[in-house]
Design a protein around this ligand. Structure first.
Ligand SMILES: *Cc1c(COP(=O)(O)O)cnc(C)c1O
Length: 305
C-alpha cells in the first residue's frame, strides 16, 4: 500500500570516523533512518507503518492522532495522510499560536485538520469518555496514540534490527515514550545490548514504560538493555550552547544533520561515554538516527545544505 512513497528501505548504514573513535578503538556506525523519506522519516515511519496498514485493511478513511505543536509524529502523520489518501485530524496540545510554526503549517498544507485542546484536557486524551466525544465530533476514525506508540509501533521498530546484516555489541537510540527502544530490544532478543538515551528528565519512569511496552506485546525475559539518564540537557526540547555547538560540529565533520530534541542528545551522550572509556576497545556500536529533522526548523540554527 505504501509503494508509492518510494521509501529508502532498508535504510543505509554508514561508519563514522574521527580521532576519538580511532584513539579508543571503537567502531561506530549509524543506521540512517533519517533517509527513509523527506517527510515520513526515522522512527516515525517505523511506528506508523503497521498503524497505516491496519487502518487501510480495516477500511478507515480517517486517521486521528495527538501531539505537541512541534511534533515529528503529527508532521509525519499529516504527510502520510496526504500521500496515501487518508483524511487526518491532529489533536494539538495547548492553544493555537499564529503565525503557525513550520511543523503545523506543513500539516495544514497536507490537509490535516487541527484541533487544539488545553493541557489539562490533553492529559485525559486516552480516556474512554474523551474518545467518545471525539467520535461524536469527527465521526469514525482510526486512532493512533501520541507519538504513534501503539502495539503496532513495536512491530515496525523491530524491523530496524531485522534490516541489519552484521552484528553489533551495542545498539543505541534516543527515547521519548520508549516505544522505539522497546521495539529495538524486542528485535534484538538479547543478542546485543541496547542503550537508551532519554531526552526527558524522567527518573525511573522510562524503564517502566519500556517494560510496559514489552509486556503488552508478550515480550518477556529481555533484559540486555540499559537507560543512560545523564543526557537530557534539562528536559524536553531544552538545549544548551554546548549541544548546539555539537550539532554544528557533527554536521561539519560527518555531513550528517542531528535534531536538538532527540538525536543530538543521544550522540552527545554516546561520545561522552566513549570518552569516559565506558566501552572496551574493539567494541562495535550502531546508533539509530531516528530522524526528526523537520524539528530543526524550530531552532535558530543554520547548517549548510
Ligand atoms: C519521537 C522520536 C523519538 C522518540 O521515540 P519514542 O518511541 O517515543 O521513544 C526519538 N527520535 C526522534 C527523532 C523522534 O522523532
Amino acid at each position: 500500500m505504501y509503494e508509492t512513497l518510494n521509501l529508502q528501505l532498508p535504510s543505509p548504514v554508514t561508519q563514522i570516523h574521527d580521532s576519538l573513535l580511532e584513539q579508543k578503538k571503537i567502531k561506530l556506525f549509524i543506521k540512517r533512518d533519517d533517509q527513509i523519506h523527506p517527510h515520513i522519516q526515522g522512527n516515525k515511519w517505523r511506528k506508523l507503518k503497521y498503524n497505516l496498514i491496519a487502518a487501510r485493511s480495516k477500511k478507515f478513511d480517517t486517521l486521528l492522532t495527538f501531539g505537541g505543536a512541534f511534533s515529528n509524529h503529527i508532521h509525519a502523520t499529516a504527510a502520510a495522510g496526504h500521500y496515501l489518501n487518508f483524511k487526518t485530524i491532529g489533536i494539538i496540545r495547548g492553544e493555537e499560536t499564529l503565525p503557525l510554526n513550520p511543523t503545523l503549517q506543513d500539516a495544514i498544507n497536507w490537509g490535516m485538520e487541527l484541533n487544539y485542546i488545553s493541557r489539562s484536557q490533553y492529559r485525559e486524551k486516552s480516556s474512554a469518555e474523551f474518545i467518545e466525544q471525539l467520535k461524536h465530533k469527527h465521526g469514525n476514525f482510526f486512532l493512533i496514540p501520541e507519538g504513534g506508540s501503539s502495539s503496532y509501533a513495536l512491530k515496525g521498530c523491530e524491523e530496524i534490527i531485522k534490516e541489519l546484516d552484521e552484528d553489533y555489541d551495542y545498539v543505541c537510540a534516543a527515547c521519548g515514550t520508549g516505544a522505539t527502544l522497546a521495539g529495538i530490544i524486542s528485535g534484538l532478543n538479547n543478542k546485543s545490548k541496547t542503550l537508551g538515551f532519554p531526552i526527558l528528565k524522567a527518573g525511573t519512569y522510562i524503564e517502566q514504560e519500556v517494560n510496559n511496552f514489552l509486556k503488552k506485546n508478550n515480550r518477556t525475559n529481555l533484559n540486555n538493555w540499559k537507560i543512560e539518564k545523564n543526557y537530557h540537557f534539562g528536559g524536553y526540547a531544552k538545549t544548551t550552547g554546548e549541544l548546539i555547538s555539537f550539532i554544528i560540529d557533527f554536521h561539519e565533520k560527518h555531513n550528517i544533520r542531528l535534531d536538538p530534541v532527540y538525536t543530538a542528545k543521544m550522540f552527545y551522550g554516546l561520545f561522552d561515554l566513549i570518552e569516559k572509556d565506558y566501552f572496551k576497545p574493539e567494541t562495535r556500536i550502531i546508533a539509530i538516527h531516528t530522524g526528526g529533522l523537520q524539528g530543526l526548523r524550530g531552532f535558530n540554527l543554520k547548517l549548510k545544505q
